[in-house]
Ligand binder design. Structure first.
Ligand SMILES: *Cc1c(COP(=O)(O)O)cnc(C)c1O
Length: 411
């Protein structure tokens, strides 16, 4: 582990230029297979891969084949660790869904159960309901932000192996208390793993592993990638042992991030914090101004929470409020659609976390397949638009939103 602070460590550790002929930036090692220095080194590498032998401290087993591991994955995994407070091991995947699926499959078997907060990212929700449940892994949903209900579900669900938390939740930013979920998990044996989808606020503003969570999961397609031009996922564990089965499943599934994508992701890591600070600052300025616009019924943003428990969680768990807010517009869907049509700087697209501002209508897009009962819980009403704020000048964005809202009010 580096002695330096994260912003320094990201630029000074995890990559040895000597292994890339002195190149200041890593080379891309676009090779599917690796030549062994000796047959003994090959035998040893396979024994370690199969878990029959353990590597000595400091030993770097020979690379074998790129489905298991490759230099660009090793580099980006080493460089992402300083960004995640409390992280001991990282693994990269070819999407956020691949990271989530592999982490779950590595730590459950048929007959086990997962307790999870709702709303959850649509893909994760569908993974649990439409794939894991028929596979024999039961999912137990609990409304996000309700620590007592979560505790009850953890205590009462037989064979609960994973508590999966997504906080803040999409699109209303409801927060769940990670520390209290960890305390609930600790009351039962064997202790279920607490996994947190940290895509919305991490790694800059929320640090689940530092407060007792076991696994941090990311869609690196979002803030980590930052430019809406790659698909990637990351799993980071507090204990390196927890990563062993995840890596082993990744080798079987073949969903490791490819060398070129690793190189791209690696080039984005030093600016994650800079971008996220700017996005959070922009979002806060705009969200707090839009509260007063007559077309707006409600703004969902962490600094605008009015529930005392939500305020408590935000203050104890998050450093900054982040770059995403949602607006509930008077006039429902026609107003929301008119708002989207009139935007000139913000673009109408799903996804989030890029340097450009993206706006979507969850009810008719990302949340269109969600049941009516769950829509009620998740607060996805017809007039809701979700905004992922970029790094543009916030005054141009504010003007863009205000003008589009004037039209929405007339719709
Ligand atoms: C986008 C997203 C995912 C899925 O990630 P992909 O990279 O699209 O596979 C998972 N969780 C959250 C919170 C997301 O926003």
């Amino acid at each position: 582990m580096s002695k330096h602070r994260p912003s320094t460590a990201i630029l000074t550790s995890g990559f040895d230029p000597a292994l890339s002929v002195g190149s200041a930036r890593p080379a891309v090692f676009r090779s599917s297979t690796y030549v062994f220095p000796t047959p003994e080194a090959a035998e040893r590498a396979f024994a370690i891969l199969g878990g029959r032998q353990q590597p000595e401290p400091g030993e770097n087993p020979a690379l074998i084949y790129s489905r298991f591991n490759h230099p660009n994955a090793e580099i980006v995994e080493a460089q992402i660790l300083p960004l995640e407070r409390g992280g001991a091991a990282a693994a990269v995947f070819n999407s956020g869904m691949a990271a989530i699926m592999t982490a779950i499959m590595a730590h459950t078997k048929p007959g086990d159960a997962i307790v999870y907060t709702v709303p959850l990212y649509g893909g994760t929700q569908s993974l649990i309901q439409n794939f894991l449940a028929p596979w024999g892994i039961q999912g137990v949903p609990v409304e996000g932000g309700k620590a007592e209900a979560l505790d009850k579900a953890i205590q009462e669900t037989p064979n609960c192996r994973i508590v999966l938390i997504e906080t803040p939740a999409n699109p209303t930013l409801t927060m769940s208390d990670i520390q209290s979920a960890v305390a609930s998990a600790e009351k039962i044996a064997p202790r279920p793993l607490v996994m947190v989808d940290n895509t919305f606020l991490g790694p800059a503003f929320q640090h689940p592993l530092a407060i007792g969570a076991d696994v941090c999961l990311y869609s690196a397609t979002k803030y980590l990638g930052g430019f809406s031009d790659i698909l990637a996922g990351v799993a980071i564990t507090r204990d390196a042992e927890l990563m062993r089965p995840i890596r082993s499943k990744r080798g079987l599934f073949g969903n490791i991030l490819a060398p070129d994508e690793c190189w791209i992701l690696d080039s984005r890591l030093p600016t994650v914090k800079l971008r996220m600070y700017r996005q959070s600052k922009n979002a806060q300025r705009i969200a707090e101004k839009l509260v007063k616009h007559p077309a707006v019924r409600r703004v969902y943003y962490p600094t605008l929470f009015d529930d005392p428990d939500q305020i408590r969680i935000r203050l104890s768990q998050c450093d900054y409020p982040g770059g995403i807010f949602s607006l509930d517009l008077h006039g429902g869907k026609p107003a929301a659609f008119e708002f989207l049509r009139r935007l000139k700087v913000g673009r109408n697209a799903v996804s989030l976390g890029g340097v450009e501002t993206l706006v979507c209508h969850p009810r008719s897009t990302t949340h269109s397949a969600v049941s009516a009962a769950e829509l009620q819980i998740s607060g996805v009403v017809d007039g809701l638009v979700r905004v992922s704020v970029g790094i543009e000048d916030w005054r141009d964005l504010l003007t863009d939103f205000e003008e589009a809202l004037d039209h929405a009010a007339a719709a």
